[in-house]
Design a binder for this molecule. Structure first.
Ligand code: 5GP
Length: 179
């Protein structure tokens, strides 16, 4: 694998396609087992999760639903400051067994907000699957149920993840070169 330049930065190969796919296969196997007889509802967090969710679903043998969401964060006019909102979720999720699918969990802030927002919708259960996990940075209490690959606290791109909007189409994952 060669290094890639995205805009002004150089990125070096970090996790190859084979390792990514093997890790996704393991997650799919666990989900197939854990949800046997159930019909989970996969919700991918945009933009980064589209490749992971696409590949994951190819190995899911269960009857399931799929949708995507985005979290919009904006400065509100109320005294509470930041207001967070779910956008894109048009389906009714009441009573559903949700599997929230993230590209990467870093501090867990995004996940925490999504969790709260979804719990308000009277779902039956919620579990979280992430391809990448920065364990050194994660600061929340709630468990992440399905973790693909733990990585150090470094900025990565590819396989859905971007640097300033580009790099999402790369088949494998690259790490920023700080030299
Ligand atoms: P958290 O809310 O857990 O701190 O961060 C989650 C979001 O931050 C991810 O969904 C992703 O969009 C972004 N993010 C965190 N770490 C990285 C990284 O190393 N590379 C890229 N491209 N995005 C990241």
């Amino acid at each position: 694998m060669d290094s890639v330049t995205l805009k002004d930065k150089l990125f070096t190969p970090f996790i190859g396609e084979e390792k990514i796919q093997a890790s996704i296969g393991e997650i799919a196997e666990k989900i197939n087992k854990d949800y046997r007889g159930k019909s989970p509802f996969f919700i991918g967090v945009l933009n980064g999760s589209f490749m992971f969710l696409g590949d994951l679903l190819k190995s899911i043998k269960l009857e399931c639903k799929v949708s995507f969401i985005k979290v919009a964060s904006y400065e509100g006019t109320t005294s509470t400051g930041n207001v967070n909102e779910l956008i894109g979720l048009v389906e009714d999720v009441e009573g559903e067994d949700i599997i929230l699918v993230e590209d990467i969990v870093d501090t867990g802030n995004t996940l925490e907000k999504l969790h709260e927002l979804l719990l308000n919708k009277k779902i039956k259960s919620i579990k979280v699957a992430t391809l990448l996990y920065k364990s050194e940075v994660y600061s929340k209490k709630f468990p992440i149920d399905y973790i693909g690959i733990e990585i150090p606290n470094k900025f990565v791109v590819g396989y859905g993840l971007d640097y300033d909007g580009v790099g999402r189409n790369l088949n494998s994952i690259y790490v920023i070169n700080n030299n």
